[in-house]
Design a protein around this ligand. Sequence first.
Ligand code: HSE
Length: 406
Amino acid sequence: MTALSLSLAIPAADDASSPVTDEPVALLQLDLSDPPEAASAVYREVRRGRRVVAVACGRADAPARLAQALDAIGVVAALPVPGAGLLSGGVSVVAGPETAPPRPASPPARPLRVALAGCGVVGGGVLARLLADARFELIGVLVRDPAKPRDTAIPSGLALSDPAALLAREPDVLVEAISDASTGRALIRAALARGVHVVSANKQAVGGDLPALSALAEASGARLLYSASVGGGAPLIETVRRARAHGEVVRIEAVLNGTCNFILNRLSQGVAFDQALDGARVAGFAEEDPSADLTGLDAAAKLSILAHEGAGLILPVEGIGRDTLDAQAPSGRVRQLARLEAASGIASVRLAAVDGDRLFADLDDEWNALRVTTADGRVFTARGRGAGRIPTTESVWADLSDLAAN
Ligand code: HSE
């Protein structure tokens, strides 16, 4: 896969909710023999805030296959017809030659030694990708029950149930994808204290403790990456960082929980509450204990992370006012909306009507969305699949790939 550099500033399409006009453009020439890998390359550019023109090389259906792989992550791609403008959307996919140009040979590097903690929806997705990528050597997998059957089997000798034994194997990186807050946080702390880089998808662990964890990482020289902890595959943390780099963030509004969004959409279609919740569980959107989704606790932890990223605020998760979603949910175009007013530090997660607000109203299934407003009135937005194995794994994978590249 070859990335051609193209650093043009192209005006963005007119989008009332996203008047940002200066995203750079990446031109990628992609070999479609492995659609998920090609989609990963596009995703990494998107989360850097770039518009992408992807040239899909391979059979005639290569563009459609790439668009499908991107949709699974939550990246919407346009397939412009010949003669139409290439950059009308965030990602444009065009057909390339049958054979992609050879990749430039990269120098052989020692594989990164990776310890994986958790092997559920996200950890299981990461496990499969780690086992298929020579850049990484999997050295241990922390699980509660090593004997439990899994979609991807843990290779013999790698399953462990003792966190200390996992770190004793001396990983370069810990991928932390466990659902429990305190176990996750203790493990992240122990890893960072040893100088082990951490990639976490655990919002409850990171959200309650981000300033302290960041300080620990800085002191030991380890990196702490946690893109997947907010928004699944939607690049929400990256968008907030871009907004902050532009200017003072005054407001954050967001739909941050895929399960609630999925349930609210189903309720508006007349589906019963319990059936909608079951659907979210089966799809792998809901937490092991879905009360964290339904009471807004999950979204509050994510908002606390965004508040720190956007405005340097330390918001205890328990202090964020919340509404609970249950069978008595209000009708109409309702969302579980997280809001932060940065000046006052007032933050909440409320069930709110969003009828006229297209960014949030047109949010299907488990999708999440974010709007950040800066002091000069500029608005930054992002959308994507907010939960589920494929998009969340992709986000962890992009963090891991960034580490491997460095
Ligand atoms: N339970 C979470 C959600 C998973 O539904 O958003 C992703 O963080």
